[in-house]
Design a protein around this ligand. Sequence first.
Ligand SMILES: [Zn+2]
Length: 240
Amino acid sequence: MLMLGRLIKRVFTDLGMLIYGDGCIICNESCDELHGLCLKCRFEMPTTRYCFLSDNPVKEHLLSLVPIVEASSYLHFRTDDRWRHMIHRLKYRGEWRLGVTFGEMYGADLKASGLYDDVDMVIPVPLHILKFLKRRYNQSEYIAEGIAKQLGVSLNRSILYRRKNNPSQTHQHATDRWANVDNIFGVLRPERLRDKHVLLVDDVLTTGATLASCIRAIYAVAPTCRVSVVTLAVAGNIKA
Ligand SMILES: [Zn+2]
């Protein structure tokens, strides 16, 4: 049933792309550039370039919460409404294909950086089943799909699951965010993580509370697993 829903969603999105033509995926101006991004948007894209630095603000922030190998975010989530809107379209408007597109662009940078060369497996941060049924897709899976393709490693969508359907963190106070991410993730067949270097993928890094909870769940059942983290965007509270 879930597979059927996902298939129907893909068909309708493909039809939508046929109807609306192939303008730039950000500004909708006509464009025939690689990945459907016009030159102006490509030039103005608020990339962090953090993936090329072993010391960067995202890694420093996450290391203050939990041990990790590498961490970075592709875009700053603050500079321009078009980019903020792109994340909203990806998360809430059914435009999951944006996830694959930006995942592939980010994956190319991750590969070029050389810091993620020994990653064995890419794992998206899961949604709770109720949220998945409501939204019909997990945007992080599509970002992870693009990244895994570029890194040439497997994508695993089933090894992590969410025990609790914690509410969206967007409009909560920081203390509430920490309170409701306690022990919310579980791991299925943890032996698959033994001695592996896994790359966790999420959409937006805000406090890191959800990611830290996810990583602790992995270490609790697979202590020899090493974890790196990438997110498509990083909120302005984590500054260079
Ligand atoms: Zn454009």
